[in-house]
Design a protein around this ligand. Structure first.
Ligand code: NAD
Length: 337
């Protein structure tokens, strides 16, 4: 029997998770919610997805006949992926999912304490097995966790300092941008470091962050003190072998976030998405005196990197125990090697 999945919150993340679920052989997309009428609802209708209303909507006024309300979606689904804006997922757990004893995943806008379990598939899949409520960490935290987990396994991480250079807004967002400024996060550390520790519990990490006038991707610069000596060629191999990490090269003219997104479009990726974390080969370095300090730079496609994590988390929460197998099954439909 396929796992029946409902999507609550059909925006940037929700619509991508819906498509990814619809493509999995072991899952069935029950439907998606519409909070108000928009082009997203039109696209969902064209794709043949069932549409369930949440709250008062203007769907009928716009010629869409909904397939039911939120309670119908909850009745039909085994598990909900909630991709609503910050704090709404937390409220929905209390108001909608707990009363129906419904399993639910929330996203990185929610706090760790909302679920007590935060998830990145290759780092801590087992923590989510058979759980009722799990949070997928934010795009930035997912990016840091994927590469630091690989480095920690290979060399042992003593401590990390990372700086997040964040896009000002998503490409379709007219409410948070454009900005004509470089805006530092004026808190130390930024929230990303403590957030990484909700997944990589033993990694000592300090983070700083700033936003820049771009919409395409984030960039991280990472400095890690290692327990063992490293050499650049070996580190390249470690990243090449890590799940959902792609080593990109200036030599192939992938010098910037703009070219990475163009590359994703040319690969024929749905919506031009790049869910892998892209580490620049030429920007991996180790200090020459000790070989114990590693530096690297990576790019994060904020709209898509958490999407495969949602798919794996569904399997874990529904009792599928093989993390590696789940990651492979998910990667196959995304075309991730
Ligand atoms: P979004 O604004 O693009 O989409 C949210 C959707 O939820 C919209 O379609 C909106 O109509 C709908 N909605 C609003 N209130 C609702 C309600 N009460 N019930 C049901 N639906 C409602 O937001 P997003 O960028 O997809 O973010 C969703 C979550 O994912 C947040 O927690 C965010 O922090 C997290 N996240 C976002 C990104 C990103 O870069 N966009 C990356 C990683 C994680």
């Amino acid at each position: 029997m396929p796992i029946k999945v409902g999507i609550v919150g059909y925006g940037t993340i929700g619509k991508r998770v819906a498509d990814a679920v619809a493509m999995q052989k072991d899952m069935k997309l029950v439907g998606v919610t519409a909070h108000s009428y928009s082009f997203n609802t039109e696209v969902a209708k064209q794709k043949g997805y069932k549409i369930f209303t949440i709250g008062e909507t203007d769907l009928k006024l716009n010629g869409i006949n909904p397939d039911g309300g939120i309670s119908n979606l909850l009745d039909e689904a085994d598990i909900i992926v909630d991709a609503t804006p910050k704090d709404t997922g937390r409220d929905n757990i209390e108001k909608l999912y707990k009363p129906k004893k419904m399993k639910a995943i929330v996203q990185g806008g929610e706090k760790h304490k909302t679920t007590g379990i935060s998830f990145v598939a290759q780092c801590n899949y087992d923590e989510a097995i058979n759980k009722d409520y799990v949070r997928i960490v934010s795009c930035n935290t997912t990016g840091l966790c994927r590469t630091l987990h690989a480095i920690d396994k290979a060399y042992g991480v003593q401590s990390v300092h990372a700086t997040m250079i964040r896009r000002g807004a998503d490409p379709g967002d007219i409410h948070h941008g454009p900005i004509n400024a470089i805006v530092p996060v004026l808190e130390m550390p930024s929230h990303h470091g403590p957030d990484v520790q909700t997944v990589l519990h033993n990694v000592e990490i300090f983070t700083t962050a700033l936003s820049v006038p771009s919409t395409l991707m984030h960039i991280h610069t990472v400095i890690a003190d290692l327990k063992k000596r490293a050499d650049v060629d070996d580190v390249v191999q470690v990243f090449k072998n890590a799940a959902r990490v792609r080593v990109v090269r200036n030599a192939e003219h992938l010098r910037s976030t703009a070219e990475i997104i163009e590359f994703a479009r040319d690969l024929g990726r749905l919506r031009g998405d790049m869910p892998e974390i892209c580490v620049w080969q030429e920007a991996i370095g180790v200090t020459s005196n000790s070989h114990n300090k590693l530096l690297y730079m990576q790019a994060i496609h904020q709209e898509s990197n958490v999407v495969p994590e949602n798919v794996d988390c569904i399997r874990a929460m529904m009792g599928f125990k093989d993390a590696q197998k789940s990651i492979e099954m998910t990667n196959e439909v995304f075309g991730i090697k």
